[in-house]
Write a protein that binds this ligand. Structure first.
Ligand SMILES: Nc1ncnc2c1ncn2[C@@H]1O[C@H](COP(=O)(O)OP(=O)(O)O)[C@@H](O)[C@H]1O
Ligand SMILES: [Mg+2]
Length: 264
């Protein structure tokens, strides 16, 4: 029986909120749970690509034709630019620095908010993957509108820092705009990242998020953990790098929550 693919994007216009880390960790945990997962790196900074591939390999992928911007520009099918990661059950459509120009390239396109949705539609309908996870850049423009319009679900990682909530109102407004374009899109929830309970602002952040009307707050909180950065240096998702670390265990827990709610 064909799989019903769910597309989930991780977005927040604030940089450093944990989008790429959450995307790679959740993807890895889903794959470990026996799911087939495709990661799509939509950020020209290539952090998601680099979370699974070493620098040399990532540069090779981004320099050639096997990456997202080349595929969108040349109307290649998603399958043609999908790379197998070193991990069972986990595939990747890599990014390239050329993605930084995608915004201007899209302005002239027909149905310009749906270019990414159309690019992914074949692979979604083929029912090959249980989940397609999209990592978004820290912007709120036409490209992120494309990302949201291509997605069934949105997860917003929010950093538990004094500035973590900065811009969240814009983000939620943007989500409402995207939902008006693509009715199938649903905000799955907000996840708090880089938490440190000793800090006053951690509690302030959680209290503020809890009070948001109609927004689900995931009960799993991702704590600040240096193993996340070490894993990154090693070009590995944190669960692959240090499976007993606090962040790894929390990401496995968060993934269970996401899989439970994503189907609804
Ligand atoms: N739980 C965590 N503990 C410690 N550092 C983290 C954690 N999550 C992310 N980081 C670090 O914070 C930085 C930003 O994270 P990243 O996932 O790249 O955010 P974004 O994609 O939103 O810009 C990275 O250097 C990453 O290693
Ligand atoms: Mg990122």
């Amino acid at each position: 029986m064909a799989i019903k693919t769910k597309i989930i994007c991780f977005a927040n216009n604030k940089g450093g909120s944990g989008k790429s880390t959450t995307c790679s960790s959740v993807g890895y945990a889903m794959a470990q749970a026996g799911k087939k997962v495709l990661l799509v790196d939509c950020d020209g900074q290539m952090n998601l690509t680099l979370s699974c591939f070493g620098e040399a390999e990532a540069l090779e992928l981004s320099g050639g034709e096997q990456n997202l911007s080349a595929a969108v520009r040349r109307h290649l099918p998603a399958e043609a630019v999908t790379a197998k990661t070193p991990y069972e059950g986990l595939w990747m459509i890599p990014a390239s620095p050329a993605l930084s120009r995608i915004e201007e390239e899209l302005t002239g396109a027909a149905e310009r908010a749906f270019v990414l949705r159309d690019f992914l539609s074949g692979i979604k309908e083929a029912g090959v993957y249980h989940y397609i996870l999209i990592d978004a850049p820290p912007t709120l423009g036409l490209w992120v509108m494309n990302i949201m319009c291509a997605s069934d679900r949105l997860v917003i990682p929010v950093e538990a820092s004094p500035w973590g909530l900065f811009g969240l109102a814009n983000m939620l407004e943007f989500y409402a705009k995207a939902k008006a374009e693509a009715a199938g899109l649903k905000l799955l929830g907000i996840v708090v990242t880089k938490a440190d309970e000793r800090k006053k602002y951690f509690h302030q952040t959680v209290d503020t998020l809890r009070d948001l009307p109609d927004v689900h707050l995931f009960s799993t909180v991702i704590h600040s953990d240096s193993r996340v950065e070490w894993a990154q240096e090693n070009s590995q998702p944190v669960i692959a790098y240090a499976k007993n670390s606090r962040a790894a265990k929390e990401y496995i827990q968060l993934t269970k929550e996401i899989m439970k709610y994503a189907g609804r």
